[in-house]
Design a protein around this ligand. Structure first.
Ligand code: TZP
Ligand code: MG
Length: 234
C-alpha cells in the first residue's frame, strides 16, 4: 500500500467508482482503461468489485488496477476480500454485512487501511461507526439492474435517517457515500433529498453511470460537476 504517503483522511469520495466486469456493463473494453479514464474525469476512490473471478484472477486484476490508481494517487479498495487487498497491496476493503466482520478486517489490515462498510439501517450504521469504519456505503438508494439481489432499497428518506442518526451519536468523522441507481439525471435530487442538517454525504458511488458509459472520463466529470452544484438544480 502507498498510504504511508497518502493520508486516508484526504480521500475525495465525491464521485466513487465501483467496478463491474460483466459484459452487459463493461462490454469488451479493458477495465484498467475505464478506471484510468474515470480517474482523469475526477473519480477520487475506486473499488474493485468482481463477483465471478477466482482468487488468483482477483489478485492479478487488483495488482493491475493498483498500478493505475497509484499513479494518480487514488486509493483502490477491494470488495469483500481482505486477503486479495493484502495480496495486491491495495489501500483497503469494502465489506458488506455478510462479509468478514469489521473488527477482524481491521486486525488484519491495520490502522492505516481504509475500511468501508455497506449499511442499510441505522443499527448497522451505528455499529460500523463504533467499530471504526472509515466510511459508510449507504444504500441501496434505488433499485438497480447492477445488483439485483438487493432487498435493501431505502430511498433518500432511508439515507437521511442514517445520516441523522450518526450525527446524533457524535460520529462526526466517518465519511459517507450513498449507492444504488445513481446517475446524472437523479444525482442532484438524491443529494438534496438525502441531506440531513448535521451530517452531509461526502459523495455518491456509482457503477453503471461510469462503467457502462462509452466515455467514462466525461461521465465522471459530469457527475462531479453535478455533485458540486448547489441545490436549486434538483
Ligand atoms: N450496492 C448497492 S447497489 C450496488 C451496489 C454495489 C450497485 C450499484 O450499481 P449502479 O449501476 O450504480 O446502480
Ligand atoms: Mg460483500
Amino acid at each position: 500500500s502507498d498510504f504511508h504517503t497518502m493520508k486516508k483522511t484526504d480521500v475525495d469520495y465525491a464521485v466513487y467508482l465501483v467496478t463491474d466486469s460483466t459484459p452487459a456493463i463493461l462490454g469488451d473494453r479493458d477495465l484498467g482503461w475505464v478506471v484510468e479514464a474515470a480517474i482523469k474525469g475526477g473519480v477520487g476512490c475506486v473499488q474493485l468489485r468482481d463477483k465471478t473471478s477466482d482468487t488468483a484472477q482477483l489478485i492479478d486484476i487488483g495488482r493491475k488496477l493498483h498500478a493505475v490508481t497509484q499513479q494518480h494517487r487514488v486509493p483502490l479498495l477491494i470488495n469483500d476480500r481482505v486477503d486479495v487487498a493484502l495480496a495486491a497491496g491495495c489501500e483497503g476493503v469494502h465489506i458488506g454485512q455478510d462479509d468478514m466482520e469489521l473488527s477482524a478486517a481491521r486486525r488484519l489490515l491495520g490502522p492505516d487501511a481504509i475500511i468501508g462498510v455497506t449499511v442499510s439501517t441505522v443499527d448497522q450504521a451505528l455499529r460500523a461507526c463504533e467499530g471504526g469504519a472509515d466510511y459508510l456505503g449507504i444504500g441501496t438508494v434505488y433499485a438497480t439492474p447492477t445488483k439485483t439481489n438487493t432487498k435493501d432499497i431505502i430511498g433518500t428518506a432511508g439515507v437521511r435517517q442514517i445520516l441523522e442518526a450518526i450525527a446524533e451519536a457524535g460520529h462526526a468523522n466517518v465519511r459517507t457515500v450513498c449507492i444504488g441507481g445513481i446517475n446524472e439525471s437523479n444525482l442532484q435530487r438524491i443529494l438534496f433529498q438525502s441531506a440531513a442538517a448535521a451530517k452531509r454525504l461526502d459523495g455518491i458511488a456509482v457503477v453503471s453511470a461510469i462503467v457502462a458509459s462509452p466515455t467514462p472520463d466525461a461521465a465522471a466529470q459530469k457527475l462531479l460537476n453535478l455533485a458540486r452544484l448547489p441545490p436549486p438544480f434538483c
